[in-house]
Design a protein around this ligand. Structure first.
Ligand SMILES: C[S@@+](CC[C@H](N)C(=O)[O-])C[C@H]1O[C@@H](n2cnc3c(N)ncnc32)[C@H](O)[C@@H]1O
Length: 217
């Protein structure tokens, strides 16, 4: 089965308005990192805009969002009307956005099935960042939980790829081990911080969320 065809974009339109993502939105990190209020900030896979909304409230006004779900973007545009949003399917469509100081990429990687695509996204981020740029990345790591392990085994059977699994809604997601993220980042970023914490997934399941603060190489 072609890895590029198994994930359906429509799930996010269906979920928009229903979902209230519960993982940390990470906006307040920028104050901890002393990021200047005029910095140019991109939220890649911004969903309904919860991180952007919080950034706006904190005084960061030079902010942009990218997502491929019209449903998510419509909600985001309503809640933060004064900023630019791009409807793009990454990495197939990458807008001409340069001189970024900070990029957020929060719980989107599990929707990017191919490691090669993830690599292209990291390359895009790196190429369009100013020196010293910060990349803030969160995603679910491969779980030791039996419920997930059973799903991974079913996924292994169907896709010949451990970590690829179907959600309750039958959509396909990918959980990766930390070592994969580390090796993909190595080419483009240095790791300033990495933590793993228990969180709830959007289906309210117990999962491990990996969080990185990365710096452009
Ligand atoms: C779990 S949500 C997270 C949203 C946001 N980052 C947050 O933390 O609130 C994942 C988002 O990534 C978007 N997404 C997934 N794959 C994408 C792709 N290939 N291109 C653009 N957006 C994508 C979905 O539409 C969805 O809004």
């Amino acid at each position: 089965m072609n890895e590029n065809t198994i994930q359906s974009q429509s799930i996010w339109d269906e979920q928009s308005g229903l979902q209230n993502f519960t993982t940390p939105n990470r906006a307040e990190l920028l104050e901890e990192l002393n990021i200047n209020k005029s910095s140019k900030i991109l939220d890649l896979g911004c969903g309904y805009g919860r991180t952007l909304k919080m950034l706006w409230k904190l005084g960061y006004k030079n902010i942009l969002g990218i997502d491929y779900s019209d449903g998510m973007l419509n909600i985001a545009k309503e809640s933060i009307p004064n900023i630019s949003f791009y409807n793009c399917k990454i990495p197939k469509e990458l807008p001409d956005i340069r001189n970024l100081d900070v990029v957020f990429f929060l719980t989107v990687a599990n929707s990017i099935i191919s490691d090669l695509d993830l690599n292209k996204i990291f390359e895009f981020v790196n190429n369009n960042m100013n020196n010293n740029g910060v990349f803030i990345f969160d995603d679910y790591v491969l779980s030791e939980d039996n419920n997930y392990k059973n799903r991974y085994l079913l996924g292994l059977n169907e896709f010949n790829n451990y970590g690829l699994f179907r959600s309750n809604g039958n959509e396909v997601f990918k959980h990766r081990p930390k070592v994969i993220f580390d090796s993909l980042f190595k080419e483009f970023f240095t790791i300033e911080k990495c933590t793993i914490n228990e969180e709830k997934s959007m289906n309210n399941r117990k999962t491990s969320l990996i969080h990185y603060i990365l710096r452009k190489k």
